[in-house]
Ligand binder design. Structure first.
Ligand code: GDP
Ligand code: MG
Length: 197
C-alpha cells in the first residue's frame, strides 16, 4: 500500500449539528468537546494527524470546512476542490440528516471538478452519535443506504470514540485501493509475443 503524501487533504460533510467538528476533535485529540469548546472552534479549522495504517505512515489534513445547508431547497456544497476523500455524515438521532445523504453524495459526484488525479473522490458514509438511545435511524438502514450508493459505511460515536479511527482508516484505505487500481489500469499491458525464428 502506498503512503498518502504529506499534502493529502480530506473533507468532512454533513448538515449542521450532525457532529462533524466533534468527530474531528475526537479523532485528532481523543476528546469529546464540550459545548463551550465547540462554540470556540471556528469554521475552516484544519486538523492534522499522522496515523500509521497497515504499517505505513500517513500524514493527513482534514478540513472542517463546510456545513451543507439547504438554500432554497437546493443543497449547497463546496468542499475543498483538492480533497481526495470525503466523509459524509448523518446522525442516527436525526432522520433529516439521513434523508439528505442522497443529495449530498450526488452533489459530491457532480462537483465541477469531479476528478482528483484522474479519479473520482472516495466517499465513506459515517453514522454519528451511535451512543444516543433510542436511535431514529437504524443500523440496517445505514448499511442499506451505503450499499445502494456503493460506498463504505462506518458507525461512530465521538462521545465514546467508537468507530472514530475506523472511519478515517476506511477512507484512507479506499483512496489507496483506488490509487492502486488506477495505476494498474494506466500501466501499459505486457503482451506475449510469438516470434518465428
Ligand atoms: N451524544 C452525542 N452527541 C454528539 C456526538 N457528536 C456530537 N454531538 C453533539 O451534537 C451537537 C453538534 O455537534 P457538532 O460537532 O458541533 O456538529 P457540526 O455542526 O456537524 O460540526 C453538539 O451538541 C455535540 O455535543 C456524539 O457522538 N454523541
Ligand atoms: Mg462544526
Amino acid at each position: 500500500m502506498a503512503a498518502a503524501d504529506s499534502s493529502t487533504p480530506y473533507a468532512i460533510l454533513g448538515p449542521p449539528r450532525v457532529g462533524k467538528t466533534s468527530l474531528l476533535v475526537s479523532y485528532a485529540y481523543h476528546q469529546f468537546p464540550e459545548p463551550s469548546q465547540l462554540a470556540e472552534l471556528i469554521h475552516d479549522e484544519v486538523y492534522r494527524k499522522s496515523p500509521v495504517i497497515d504499517n505505513v505512515p500517513n500524514c493527513i489534513t482534514i478540513l472542517d470546512a463546510v456545513d451543507v445547508l439547504d438554500r432554497e431547497s437546493s443543497i449547497f456544497y463546496s468542499p475543498d476542490v483538492h480533497a481526495h476523500g470525503i466523509l459524509c455524515l448523518y446522525a442516527v438521532d436525526d432522520r433529516t440528516s439521513f434523508d439528505a445523504l442522497d443529495e449530498i453524495i450526488a452533489a459530491v459526484r457532480s462537483h465541477p471538478e469531479p476528478l482528483i488525479d484522474g479519479r473520482p473522490r472516495e466517499i465513506v458514509i459515517v453514522a454519528t452519535k451511535t451512543d444516543v438511545d433510542p436511535a431514529v435511524v437504524s443500523s440496517d438502514e445505514g448499511h442499506a443506504k451505503a450499499a445502494a450508493l456503493r460506498v463504505p459505511f462506518v458507525e461512530t460515536s465521538a462521545k465514546t470514540r467508537h468507530g472514530v479511527d475506523l472511519a478515517f482508516v476506511t477512507l484512507i484505505r479506499s483512496i489507496d485501493a483506488a490509487r492502486e487500481a488506477h495505476a494498474a489500469a494506466s500501466r501499459p499491458q505486457l503482451r506475449h509475443r510469438c516470434s518465428l525464428l
